[in-house]
Design a protein around this ligand. Structure first.
Ligand code: ATP
Ligand code: MN
Length: 466
């Protein structure tokens, strides 16, 4: 029996198997061409962007079997690994035996032809992993997720599993999806006509989390440095190329970090991830660059090689006001920055990533540390070319009285936050953290333009088919 080999091993390190030796590979047919004497099959198994060429002498095979080998079919090939005569590949397989696992009727297989639009591929999200594009994206997603865990583990951070179902609805990051087992038509009612959530599964109203931060803080204020990496949910009806209703977020939270330590960590992490992609995913990046974005690799390297520009929100507003640039949304001190403003600062003005700090407290969440000016909080947003905000974070307010007062001012339900406030009552400590949107990171590193194309199964308004 011949041992199975991944195509990546054959193409990258053929010496592991050895030229002239027999191999066995399994995968999906990308193309088949040839003539009446010989067939060339490009076979891909997902281990690498490239396909290996299978050479089959027609005379050696049952005509029926060869007919079944069409684009999209799945086959197993045994044969001899040989140096390739053709251009563009170093080795190929001289087939001795082919088994067809699954056919793909050329008349109806949706990926029969090359060059489909990304919009069309979204409509066949169940099959798009079979394309080179989505193979590359899925491998990059994996590599980035792995690199994130490695980065934090190497630094001594602990991976914290924050809950996905939460009982608080005041995390301040947009509308939430309700989680309930109550009857949708006839829910139990209180005497005043409102729904009686005491009867609900958890005995109270619950939602899908918008962020693991508050729970992350509980752990950071006990074991020092933690990060969460999980799905988060936002029921905002924003149909933009940068928003999903379900997305993954990485949220480190660190005791004894001030805002500068926080910025340093964010910058180091993003540079580490860019570097990891270059070192480990170069073939996929080259493919994406060639196919979609001619400046991709250069842009990734520019993150590694540039020190991020750090300035305050107030300084940024000043630059924007004096820029003479026409914006769709006008700028003035106090306004929330739109993607167009963020991208002007990053792409036009500084031409490198930017970290903005000290935002007006009115446009930021209740838990951010208040500055002495009474107007701003110690927030930090990291802005990237093409993306705008990729990270949002802050130093947290550790003072019990200031935090309680802010919660009161904003009319937040303090009774639902008692457990959060207790961290400030017992052994409070200066601490900081941030949230990195995983899909925004993947958007950047793949050069894709739409966030629906960097997650296997996008959840957006009116879309949850696959
Ligand atoms: P934005 O202003 O871009 O809508 P936000 O300020 O609401 O984002 P935060 O609450 O700060 O976002 O979340 C932290 C990070 O999560 C953001 O910096 C971004 O990278 C990512 N993110 C936020 N909302 C979404 C979303 N709907 N889809 C994908 N990623 C998101
Ligand atoms: Mn934000």
């Amino acid at each position: 029996m011949i041992a199975k080999t991944k195509i990546k091993v054959l193409l990258k390190t053929p010496e592991v198997v050895g030229i002239g030796n027999d191999v066995k590979v399994e995968g999906w047919v990308r193309t088949k061409r040839g003539n009446k004497n010989i067939a060339f099959i490009a076979l891909n198994d997902g281990s690498i962007i490239h396909s290996i060429q299978i050479v089959a002498e027609v005379a050696n095979f049952d005509e029926e079997i060869l007919k079944q080998i069409t684009t999209g079919s799945c086959i197993c090939v045994e044969g001899t690994l040989v140096n390739s005569q053709g251009q563009g590949q170093s080795v190929e397989i001289q087939a001795k035996k082919i088994e067809v696992y699954g056919t793909a009727d050329a008349e109806i297989y949706p990926l029969q032809k090359k060059g489909h639009t990304l919009e069309f591929l979204r409509e066949i999200a169940h099959l798009r992993p079979r394309t080179n594009t989505f193979g590359a994206i899925l491998r990059l997603r994996h590599a980035m997720a792995f690199a994130i865990h490695k980065f934090f583990n190497d630094k001594g951070f602990y991976y914290l599993h924050a809950p996905i179902i939460t009982g608080s609805d005041c995390e301040g990051a947009g509308s939430m999806f309700r989680v309930t087992t109550l009857d949708a038509v006839n829910p139990p009612k209180n005497s005043d006509g409102t729904v009686n959530y005491n009867e609900d599964f958890f005995g109270k109203q619950t939602n899908l989390t918008v962020s693991g931060q508050l729970e992350g803080e509980l752990a950071a204020l006990a074991i020092g440095e933690i990060y969460t990496f999980g799905p988060t949910f936002r029921a905002e009806n924003s149909n933009t190329p940068r928003h999903l209703a379900e997305f993954w977020m990485i949220e480190p939270e660190m005791a004894f970090y001030d805002i500068t330590d926080n910025m340093d960590l964010a910058e180091e992490m993003l540079k580490y991830l860019m570097n990891y992609a270059i070192e480990n995913c170069y073939d996929d990046l080259e493919f994406l660059q060639k196919t979609y974005d001619s400046e991709l690799i250069e842009r990734i390297k520019s993150i590694i090689n540039n020190k991020f520009e750090r300035l305050t929100y107030t300084e940024a507003i000043d630059i924007l006001e004096k820029s003479g640039q026409k914006f769709e949304f006008p700028v003035s001190w106090g306004c929330d920055l739109q993607a167009e403003h963020e991208r002007f600062l990053v792409e036009k003005y500084f031409q490198k990533p930017v970290i903005l700090t000290n935002y007006p407290k009115e446009i930021k969440a209740f838990y951010m540390k208040q500055n002495d000016d009474g107007k701003t909080v110690r927030a930090m947003d990291v802005l990237f070319p093409r993306i705008g905000e990729i990270i949002g974070g802050s130093q947290r307010e550790e003072n019990f009285d200031k935090l309680s007062k802010r919660i009161e001012e904003l009319n937040l339900p303090a009774k639902d936050l008692w457990w959060y406030l207790e961290t400030r009552k017992f052994g409070t400590a200066p601490h900081s953290g941030f949230g990195l949107g995983f899909e925004r990171l993947i958007l950047f590193v793949t050069g894709m333009a739409n966030i629906r194309d960097v997650i296997p199964f996008p959840r957006t308004p009116k879309n949850a088919e696959f």
